[in-house]
Ligand binder design. Structure first.
Ligand SMILES: Nc1ncnc2c1ncn2[C@@H]1O[C@H](COP(=O)(O)OP(=O)(O)OP(=O)(O)O)[C@@H](O)[C@H]1O
Ligand SMILES: [Mg+2]
Length: 299
């Protein structure tokens, strides 16, 4: 059995939760997002703006407990789709369902439960963390926002740091006093403070050195295994998603062109664009298939 076989399908992931037959945690139905192109004189005179579809009729179902990979080149619509999934951006048309309910119709408690339950980890920790807030304060505010009683916060802070593999002394640092990898761990801790069911990580490692990339990807894998956290991992790098995802969707020009377990998508790609992405992986994926041991730097 190749190492990748082990990563595919229902056997892997979370707390051995059943994937088949379970209701999706998050479902995207016929999602479309159009942006107005910069308006020219003619458009302004006629009042008609030209529009471009950044996401063009995408449907996806994320099952509880899985690690789902979304991969595609720059500009294909990954971030737009991620932001729609977490509710930061409204789709032009289509529906997002959280635990079976259309998020557009959620009010009150149910809306809060979705807001907390689906968290995003951003690529750019420089702009997503307030440079003047110490880590302790950033995380404590997130815990308070998630409804934690004040008295529970100090212990929760330590637990969060432990969960993301950071020493508690880092709590008293400012974001710029941390390395890129440490900042990304803080970004993940802040998302975990909300006690989410789903983490959408949009290019969480693309600003990091290759050696650090493996560590952060492994942290996500651990969180999935230990907490049963469902994860959508977004990346332009097929090799990154292939390492931990049980299902991969390949996106091109706003559309999903291929979807399946990595063993199938990587070694029997059906779409020409997937083959292009595979060819673009620097060290190749074919070599990984026969390599049973993952190199220490990546492990
Ligand atoms: N606010 C916006 N206004 C107009 N066009 C936008 C806006 N945001 C994104 N776009 C366009 O939508 C398309 C998809 O962008 P998006 O950021 O979702 O892609 P991406 O796959 O995340 O790319 P990357 O890998 O570079 O992060 C691009 O053509 C982009 O230029
Ligand atoms: Mg993006």
């Amino acid at each position: 059995m190749s190492p990748l076989d082990d990563r595919s399908g229902e056997r892997h992931g979370g707390l051995d939760r059943p994937h088949q037959g379970a209701a999706p945690l998050l479902e995207l139905r016929d999602i479309r997002k159009e942006y107005a192109l910069r308006q020219g004189l003619l458009a302004r005179l006629t009042g008609r703006a030209e529009r471009v579809a950044a996401v063009d009729d995408v449907s996806l179902a994320i099952q509880p407990g899985e690690v789902f990979g979304l991969v595609g080149e720059s500009g294909c619509g990954k971030s737009t789709l991620s932001q729609i999934a977490v509710g930061l951006l409204a789709p032009s048309s289509g529906q997002v369902l959280y635990r079976g309910a259309d998020i557009a119709a959620l009010r009150g408690e149910a809306r809060q439960a979705y807001r907390r339950g689906v968290q995003m980890v951003f690529q750019d920790t420089h702009s997503s963390l307030n440079p003047r807030k110490r880590i302790r304060r950033a995380l404590a505010e997130a815990l308070a926002a998630s409804g934690q009683p004040r008295a529970a916060i100090p212990a929760k802070l330590l637990a969060l740091m432990d969960q993301v593999g950071l020493d508690a002394v880092m709590l008293d640092r400012l974001p710029h006093e941390l390395s890129g990898g440490q900042r990304q761990r803080v970004g993940i801790a802040r998302a975990l403070a909300m006690d989410p069911a789903l983490l959408v990580a949009d290019e969480p490692v693309s600003s990091l050195d290759v050696s650090l990339q493996g560590q952060i990807v492994n942290l996500l894998r651990e969180l999935n295994a230990r907490l049963g956290l469902t994860i959508v991992l977004v990346s332009h790098d097929l090799a990154v998603v292939a390492r931990i995802c049980q299902r991969i969707a390949v996106m091109q020009a706003g559309q999903i062109v291929e979807e399946g377990p990595p063993a199938r998508v990587l070694f029997a790609p059906e779409h020409p664009y997937t083959r292009t992405l595979i060819a673009a992986v620097p060290r190749g994926l074919a070599g990984r298939r026969s390599t049973r041991e993952v190199a220490p730097a990546e492990a």
